[in-house]
Design a protein around this ligand. Structure first.
Ligand code: MRU
Length: 381
């Protein structure tokens, strides 16, 4: 058993004095260096250029970007700062398209605008810090919930980086792995390299090394063979967006892992805070998949990898249908065999009425309601 507080020492972003400091994830693990940003334009560029990445981390960073945008707008046009800030908000919204946490954070920040008198900066900075704190708390909670269904001696495989670097701290899928490891339930952690950005090899392996958690890396294409050899009990991944029907957008390669997991009876867990669930996106078909430049596949750190003249196709996310997912873990609870009903039930505010549904084999009662999701509750569909 390990003390859970001894795990997770890294933060992707900090507000320092009068600017936002981001750990430059493009340089890890070779160099640990920070960039200081003081305008919303710099924040938007840092998100697009992958200085910071991972759905919740992008949302938190954009929230600080709104505070910077409002500070600039207020300095230029005190009375009309709400209008003056709009182009910067638009630029932040366009920084990356797939992770819904970005849009979610921008709407939460915008919702404060109407009530602010005078300089908006302090209130907006406080809200961005609250988003970061709440994300960390959600991750700790998801860690407990996810770990509670992992049996002793588990061998787990994770994809991309879903740790402190990708969130407000602790991580989503990596938070579950950290918690289960601290409870002594994990026998082996495998991480995919995650081409082309190598988030697994560079970032997940680095984070786990800081925590003293042993990890074995594998080429993305080795994962199905590992499962065929019956060497894995759980695949545990994060999410960039969960649609209302339970479909999951996540790092390219997640769908292939889910197909292989189904073929080899390996359980498949998706871990994401409720800010990743988008009830406004009915299914995976409506999720915009980010395409990044071919150069990311054809070169690495400027070194050519491919034959000259080759082109590349570089979608950086894919969609995993809910039928391939065994369980979605959010801070509000677990949904087993997720579908539209289970996702809706999970997001319903506590105490609100639900659709009435006849119980099979029982007479339908007019005031029968489905139970609200208990915080650590287990539900299906
Ligand atoms: O392109 P990235 O590095 O931003 O992609 C990150 C992922 O796909 C993560 O798995 C996802 O954001 C969930 S992490 C908390």
């Amino acid at each position: 058993m390990r003390d859970i507080n001894s795990l997770d020492s890294v933060r992707a972003m900090h507000w320092l004095d009068d600017g936002l400091e981001l750990l430059d994830q493009r340089k890890l693990p070779g160099e640990v260096c920070y960039l200081r940003l003081s305008t919303a334009g710099e924040v938007a560029r840092a998100i697009t250029d992958m200085v910071v990445r991972g759905a919740p981390a992008i949302g938190i960073t954009a929230a600080y970007g709104v505070a910077l945008a409002a500070r600039e707008a207020y300095a230029q046009a005190a009375v009309h700062w709400r209008e003056a800030v709009q182009p910067a908000l638009e630029q932040l919204a366009q920084a990356r398209p797939t992770a819904v946490n970005l849009r979610w954070a921008l709407s939460r920040m915008r919702a404060l605008f109407a009530d602010i008198d005078g300089d908006p900066t302090p209130a907006l900075l406080a809200e961005a810090a609250a988003i970061q704190r709440e994300d960390l708390a959600a991750n700790r909670r998801m860690g407990e919930l996810g770990a509670s269904i992992i049996g002793p001696g588990a061998r787990v495989l994770t994809h991309c980086n879903t740790g402190s670097l990708a969130t407000g701290g602790f991580g989503t899928a990596l938070g579950v792995i950290r918690t289960a490891y601290a409870k002594g339930r994990i026998a082996k952690v495998y991480a995919t390299e995650t081409r082309p950005w190598l988030q697994g090899a560079r970032l997940t392996a680095w984070e786990l090394a800081q925590d003293g958690i042993p990890v074995s890396l594998l080429a993305d294409s080795a994962a199905a063979y590992l499962m065929q050899r019956a060497a894995i009990d759980w695949v545990i991944v994060g999410a960039d967006r969960i649609a209302a029907n339970g479909a999951v957008a996540n790092k390219i390669g997640t769908y292939a892992l889910a197909l292989a997991a189904q073929a080899h009876d390996v359980r498949f867990m998706v871990v994401g805070p409720s800010s990743t669930v988008d009830m406004g996106t009915p299914s995976g078909d409506e999720i915009q998949i980010e395409q990044r430049p071919p150069s990311e596949v054809l070169t690495f750190n400027g070194i050519p990898l491919a034959a000259q003249g080759a082109d590349a196709w570089n979608p950086v996310f894919d969609i995993t249908p809910s039928q391939l997912v065994d369980v979605i873990v959010t801070e509000r609870g677990l949904v087993h065999q997720p579908g539209a009903e289970g996702v809706a039930r999970l997001l319903r505010p506590p105490g609100s009425p639900s659709k009435k549904r006849p119980r099979s084999g029982a007479a339908q009662s007019c005031d029968e309601e489905e139970a609200d999701a208990p915080l650590d509750g287990t539900q299906s569909s």
